[in-house]
Design a protein around this ligand. Structure first.
Ligand SMILES: [Zn+2]
Length: 61
């Protein structure tokens, strides 16, 4: 089953509302997966503006 991602913060979301940014706009078309365990010590997280640990995609269409 395809997973949806939040268009605003790129987080993979199972709920109807994004737990991170409270966004409700999702996309099923995405590319690349990034797992962030420690946003404060992750260069990728800083680059992407990720502030909460979790699973994110790199690109949303
Ligand atoms: Zn979000």
């Amino acid at each position: 089953m395809a997973e949806k991602v939040c268009r605003a913060c790129h987080r993979f979301v199972k709920e109807g509302v994004c737990p991170v940014c409270k966004g409700t706009s999702f996309s099923w078309t995405w590319k690349g997966i990034v797992i962030v365990n420690d946003p404060n010590n992750s260069a990728i997280a800083k680059h992407m503006g990720i502030t909460a640990p979790g699973k994110y995609c790199i690109l949303v269409k």
